[in-house]
Every structure is written in structure tokens, then in C-alpha cells.
Design a protein around this ligand. Structure first.
Ligand SMILES: [Zn+2]
Length: 423
């Protein structure tokens, strides 16, 4: 006897095959029209057609013939834990005040660092909970969360501890990344190497307390060079961490090439990746995590060369880059629309990029991003007739229900049980 049996007009069953999908594989999306998925003891116990499911016994049957059922979405790049917000900077941006001037006025990342340092751990936890709840209502069941708004030992650890606590108490699985090398703090101005040493000195405690699986660095003009990033990430790798990189967001510095060379799990942003970088990406196992919401929100016209990447044979994932400055949104569905319009990705590629490939980009390819018998049941039921509809009908939330580990955690229009939105 199954616990729950869900009938849907279409069921997306992305293939995982033990690795991220790359190149032309990304355009293949498996689905079952008039399908059904059964859950027992929190895991998927049946996947098949409605016809095959007709005789199955279940404690609860959900008839959703007009709707779409998919794996829970995976958001592989977020800056979830932070203090404050920066809505006042929107007017400055409209007036054309350059980001560097906003920074000089104490705004930009510095204002978030100040607010994060000043916010107590329990308040950061509550704020993180609020955002996680929203992610869940938008269909995300697994996501990554970076530190990087402390830029000092104490606050970086505080952010990571909050992320760990959120992972333990919220239905969403939160995978932690240490991004202490996010920017150079005021007191280390002109001494980036000394600051990187300071951040590296945290790795032993992060490792001992199980506070992060990945280490990331912001490799960009005026922040950390490719060479500094390489040395930093290699040390993190030696210490047992998976590595990621914010690379070539603005200028083609060669961060993409370096990420592939050192075997980074993912290289993220890549708007300015060079032709050679794109070619090397296609031959590497490094996953390109693209963040078109950030390009959109920064008001830029030039987006990451997703088509070139896929043509070169690369694996592409998509993410919100949720953060208080350059991408204040938890809405991965909107990112799917931007991927269609601005990255020219097909609906099939987009779905693979927010499920299978996103899961592999954060080391969760074996448990998240796909539907397989015996896997935990992370499912989303959507108020849409087919998978192509979500990138098309934009800006709204199409989620009808979300199950995490087989448990219903979001129902129509609200969050179930203990997971209420609070400010
Ligand atoms: Zn980021």
C-alpha cells in the first residue's frame, strides 16, 4: 500500500545517468504524459503511466490530470544568510550613480557586511527562515547557501552556523559554501594576500564543525586575481573541500579556464568568459552555473554565452544568485523565463539546468534533481498543463503543492503545518 499516489497530466523524469547532462544531452528531457508517481515511507516507490497505476492501492490519491509534476527544483548558487536590505540603492542606480560611488558612500556589499556583522545569530536565522520558506513555496527543495558577508572570522563562522541550523530545521536541504573571499574588507585594503591567509586559517574549524562542503572565491577585476584565486582554491582542495568560483562576471580574466584546470565543481556567472574559456569548459567536468537574474537586475544587455557553452559540450545549470544587492529574488521560475529569452535556452535545457545539472553543481546529483525509484520523494505539482508553460508564463508562482521527503510541505497558496511565513 502506497502512502500517496499522484496522477498528473505530465510527469517530468530528468535522466541523471550518474553525471551532469552536457551539450546536446541537455536538450533531451524525459517525461510521461498522463503519468503517476507513488510515494511510500518518504521515497519514490512508483513511476509510470496512469494506466499502470490504476490498480495500485494508496492511502491518499491526488487526481491532478491537468497539471505538471516534476522533481523539486535545485537552486545551486545563493547568498541566503545576510543582514539588512538595500532597497534605498535602487533610486541611486536609477540616477546612474556608479556602483563604485555607492560603495564609497558605504553602500553596496559594505552595507550588507556591516548589517550582517551587527545582526545576532538568532535574527539571521529567522531572516534565513523567511527566505527559505519563500524558496520552498516557489518549488525549490534543495539549495546552496554561501557565507561571504562577514569578511572577518567571527561573522563568516556565524553565517555558516546559521546555514547549518537552517539545513537542520527547514525542509529545504541547504548545502553550505564558505565564501570568505567575497571581497576585500576595509581593514585589508591593498593587502589581499594577507586577507586570503586570514580566511584560509578558518578552514580547519569549518572542516571540524562540518560547516561547509565547498569553498568559493570572487575572482574579478579589483577583487581577487586569477592567480590569487588559484592558490586559494588549491589550498581549499587540499584541505578536503570541493571548490567553486565566481568567475568572469564582468571581464574575461581567465577564471573559467583556471576553474576547469583545477577541477572546480562549478564556475559561476561567466558572462565575460572568453571563447577559449568556453571551449575548455566543454571539455571539462566543471559545471557552468549561469545567473541571468543578476545580469538582468544590473541592467546589462550582454548575457552569458549559454548557447556557445552548450555547443561546446558544457554542462549548464541555472540559479537565482539570490542576494540583497545584485539579485534580490528567490524566484527560480522567473530565472527560467530569463534563460529562455536572454540565454536562448530551450525549455528542455532549462528544466535539466534547474534539476539534474543544478544538483550535480552542488554535489547532490545522487539524491536530488531527478525522479527514481528508491530516491527520496522531493516533488512539485505545478498549476500548468506542460513543462513548456513555466518559462512562457512569467513573473508569477505556478506552484500548487510541494513534497519534501514524501511529506506535503506546501499546499495551494500557503505553507502547510509548521512552516508559516514570518518576518
Ligand atoms: Zn554569487
Amino acid at each position: 500500500m502506497l502512502d500517496t499516489l499522484i496522477f498528473a497530466g505530465q510527469v517530468i523524469v530528468p535522466k541523471s545517468n550518474g553525471a551532469a547532462l552536457r551539450g546536446t544531452q541537455m536538450n533531451e528531457l524525459s517525461f510521461i504524459d498522463n503519468g503517476a508517481v507513488g510515494i511510500k515511507d518518504g521515497v519514490i516507490a512508483f513511476i509510470g503511466t496512469a494506466e499502470e497505476a490504476a490498480q495500485l492501492q494508496a492511502k491518499e490519491k491526488i487526481e491532478a490530470e491537468g497539471k505538471l509534476l516534476s522533481p523539486g527544483l535545485v537552486d545551486p548558487h545563493t547568498h541566503l544568510v545576510f543582514g539588512g536590505s538595500r532597497e534605498h540603492e535602487l533610486a541611486l542606480k536609477q540616477q546612474g550613480v556608479p556602483y563604485l560611488e555607492i560603495l564609497a558612500q558605504g553602500g553596496g556589499i559594505h552595507s550588507t557586511v556591516k548589517a550582517t556583522r551587527e545582526t545576532a545569530e538568532d535574527a539571521l536565522y529567522k531572516k534565513g527562515m523567511f527566505h527559505l520558506n519563500r524558496c520552498l513555496t516557489y518549488g525549490v527543495t534543495t539549495m546552496e547557501a554561501k557565507s561571504g558577508y562577514g569578511l572577518d572570522k567571527e561573522t563568516e563562522l556565524k553565517q555558516l552556523r546559521v546555514a547549518k541550523q537552517l539545513n537542520e530545521t527547514h525542509p529545504i536541504d541547504v548545502v553550505s559554501t564558505f565564501l570568505g573571499a567575497h571581497a576585500i574588507p576595509e581593514n585589508y585594503k591593498g593587502r589581499p594576500d594577507a586577507f586570503l591567509e586570514e580566511m584560509l586559517s578558518l578552514l580547519s574549524v569549518i572542516s571540524k564543525e562540518g560547516l561547509a562542503e565547498f569553498v568559493d572565491i570572487f575572482c574579478e577585476t579589483g577583487v581577487f586575481t586569477v592567480e590569487q584565486s588559484k592558490v586559494f582554491l588549491q589550498k581549499a582542495k587540499t584541505a578536503g573541500f570541493g571548490v567553486k568560483i565566481h568567475a568572469d562576471e564582468i571581464d574575461p580574466l581567465g577564471g573559467t579556464e583556471m576553474a576547469c584546470e583545477i577541477g572546480a565543481v562549478s564556475a559561476d556567472h561567466l558572462v565575460g568568459a572568453s571563447k577559449e574559456g568556453v571551449r575548455i569548459l566543454g571539455e571539462s567536468d566543471t559545471i557552468a552555473v549561469l545567473l541571468p537574474g543578476t545580469t538582468f537586475y544590473l541592467g546589462k544587455d550582454h548575457f552569458a554565452p549559454a548557447r556557445d557553452m552548450i555547443s561546446s559540450g558544457a554542462a549548464v545549470a541555472l540559479s537565482t544568485d539570490f542576494n540583497p544587492g545584485s539579485s534580490p529574488t528567490e524566484n527560480l521560475q522567473f530565472i527560467m523565463t530569463l534563460a529562455a529569452l536572454k540565454l536562448k535556452m530551450t525549455p528542455e535545457e532549462i528544466w535539466n539546468a534547474v534539476t539534474v545539472n543544478a544538483a550535480f553543481a552542488i554535489g547532490r546529483g545522487d539524491v536530488a534533481g531527478s525522479l527514481e525509484i528508491g530516491r527520496r520523494a522531493d516533488l512539485v505539482l505545478w498549476d500548468v498543463p506542460n513543462y513548456k508553460y513555466i518559462p512562457y508564463h512569467y513573473g508569477v508562482n505556478h506552484v500548487n503543492k510541494v513534497w519534501k521527503n514524501g511529506k506535503l510541505v506546501v499546499g495551494k497558496g500557503d505553507i502547510h503545518a509548521n512552516y508559516t511565513l514570518s518576518t
